[in-house]
Each structure stands twice: as structure tokens, then as C-alpha cells.
Design a protein around this ligand. Sequence first.
Ligand code: FAS
Ligand code: PHB
Length: 391
Amino acid sequence: MRTRVGIIGAGPAGLLLSHLLHRAGVESVVLESRDREYVQNRQRAGVVEHGVAEVLRATGLGGRMDAEGFVHDGIELRFDGHGFRVDFPALTGRNVVIWPQTEIVKDLIAQRLADGGAIEFGAKATSIEGATTDRPRVRFLRGDTEEVLDCDVVVACDGFHGIGRQALPEDVIQTYDRVYPFSWLGILADVPPSYEELIYANHERGFALGSMRSSEVSRLYLQVPNDDSADNWSDEQIWDELSARFALRDSDWSLARGTITDKSITPMRSFVTEPMRHGRLFLAGDAAHIVPPTGAKGLNLAMRDVTLLSEALTAYFGSGDETGLNSYSADALRRVWRAEHFSYWMTTLLHRAGDRDPFDHKLQLSHLHFIAGSTAAATQLAENYTGLPSV
Ligand code: FAS
Ligand code: PHB
């Protein structure tokens, strides 16, 4: 096989890159190790920041999002028995859209296939060769048969556990890593959300997040120890703990309960790979970086990386202009580090640290009261959460 741009991974990064390149007349092939059903139904992110929603609308992928998604003008912070709403439009003029990653992936796959795009499901990339030559290639297995994809450029969009990073030589790659002393127990429940907008709760028992997938399906998360398991939690225990952590003083608000249809544990980690380019190999999305999901940045960073890279590749294949390719890593990493800091800041502001130090909790509560009382402090959160236009 031969193509201009060989893309490893049919997650949101790889699929959006292939879609954007197609719209610019640049050919690509996407290699995906799993099958279509698995990729489309993998439960992940739920928040699309302002600028990414604009990219989806501008490239023909906003129809279902605008018809079925939810535009949210704020989030609620809950702490000390109080609720404080961060008003995004008032502070930034922007908002976010609640639109599940599963739906973005379904639309991208459908659009690529409708446009005649090449997505090779069941094709597991095993190695990337010749990254520093002008003819890089990807070896991949289709079943037991080894095949080769010859390319002009390879983009590893193969997520945190992919092979992309491994192709960077040890004397080139620099990684930055932080593992947090807690994880999230996430549930899907067939019950209408008991809130109009997302609730982020800092409680002495731990963090909790109330989100949604539709008007009938709630998505909620609980901070749990890293060695915890979803099997340790009965449905009743989950609802009791969520209710305790979301509780408000002087309010008759309560959390509606329903049938839990999915339980899973997500570990918290910050990770960055530098550089995001080596010769004709580029990294994008979780292949290069991950963030704790508290700031709702993982999906959005992935989409921002490939939006930037597709512009650079279009200029290169269109006119030979390599400016964007040469600045891609530095340009992408400015946004990556901004999102890494924001995700770290939201995570440490809202979660009880491993030692549950009461002094730390007092500092967190003081900071949360400051955000509730300071337009400047609330603006800092709103600007980062809705997505900075340029970094
Ligand atoms: P992805 O991991 O989505 O996609 C990589 C693709 O590459 C996969 O389809 C994989 O099968 C394929 N692949 C891997 N190795 C391959 C190989 N060798 N050959 C071929 N294909 C290969 N972000 C948020 O903003 N909010 C959240 O709530 C949130 N929750 C998350 C929960 C979990 C459990 C995880 C793991 C992540 C979560 N994230 C969340 C982050 C997540 O949404 C990612 O940021 C997003 O999926 C990144 O997209 P990609 O970079 O495309 O990587
Ligand atoms: C989700 O809906 O899955 C979600 C929303 C906001 C976050 C993390 C996850 O910060």
C-alpha cells in the first residue's frame, strides 16, 4: 500500500486529521487495530470546547452535534455545602457543547467512508521505519499477515498505549510524567440528569462530577483510591456516595437515581512527550500527551493538534512550504502545556490528596471561595475551560 499521509489510529485525532486532509485534497490511509464497533462505542469524553465545536461545524460535522448536543453556558462548583456557577459567556463570550466523543467518532467514520476514505480496521501497526528518510513506512498486521504502508509522512494518532512514541530515539525523546494518588470511578445511568449544567464537587469525602450523555442518560464520576475496583461498589453505595458529595446546605435539591449500565475506573495521569515530531513522523493527541480529565481537555487537545497539523501538511503538499511542519511541535506544545497546567490545577483544586491533609483541604476551600467572589479568578477558570482561542 502507498499513500501521502499514513495515520495510525482511528480515534478522534486520526479520524479528524484524515477528514481535514481529505477536504484539502491530501490523500491519507488510517490504520486502526480494533474493529469499527469497538472504536465507536468506547466511552470517553463528553465536553467539546468552543473552538473545537467551531471546527466541527466548519468542516461539515456539526449537524448532529447542534441538533442533539447541549450548549452549556457554565458549570457549577460545589464546596462547603454551597454551589457557585461559573458563567462562561459573561466572563469570556464563549461556551462549550456537551457532545459525547462516541458520537464524534461515529460521525467522523461515517463521513470518511462516505467520502471514500481509507480506514483499515483490524490493522495493527507494529513498527514505523525510515522516519528520518523521505519514504517512511509503517508495518502492520492484518490478522497474521504482515503488510506495509509506504508514505510521505506518518502521523501517530495511536493514543497513550500506541507505538508512535517508541519510534523517537532515546537521545531525542523527552517525557514528563505525573501520576495522581487517586482515580475516577465513572458510571453511565439511565436516569435524567438532576442538573442543567455539569457539577464539579470538592467534598471532604472526595471529588465528584455530574455530567450527562443525553436528556435521559447521566454520566457521573467519583474520586476513588488507585487500588479500588468497580466491583467493590454496589449501585446503592455509588448513589449514596454521589449524593453525599453533591449535598447542598439549605436546599431541597437531591440526586435522582436510576439503573447503572456501565461502571469503569479511569486512572489520573499527566504526561507529555517532547518533541511531537521526528523527521517525517508526527505525534498527535494522546500519542503525545494525556491529562487528568478534570479539565475536559484530552479530546479537545487531540482535535486541536490535528487541526494545526492538517494546515501544515496542506501547505507542504500544496506548495512545498515546510514552515508549519517545522513549527508544529513548538506550536502544539504551547497549547499542550497550557492544558496540562489547567488540568493539573482543576484536579488538585477539587480532589482530596492521597494523605487527605486537612490543611490542604482548607486551602482548596479558600481558593474556591475566592473564585466565587472574584471575577478575575472565575475568568481564569472560564477562559481555560472553554478553550483559549490561541496560545
Ligand atoms: P485515542 O486513544 O482515542 O485513539 C487511539 C486509537 O489508536 C485507538 O482507536 C486505538 O485502538 C488505536 N491504536 C492504538 N495502537 C494502535 C496500533 N498499534 N495500530 C493501529 N491502531 C492503534 N478526555 C476528556 O476530555 N474527558 C473525559 O472525560 C475523558 N475520559 C477518558 C476516559 C478514558 C478511559 C480514557 C482512556 C481517556 C479519556 N479522556 C477524556 C481522554 C480521551 O478522550 C482522549 O483524549 C482522546 O480519546 C484522545 O484521542 P486520540 O488521540 O485519538 O487517542
Ligand atoms: C464527561 O462527560 O465524561 C466529562 C465531562 C467533564 C469532564 C470530564 C468528563 O471534566
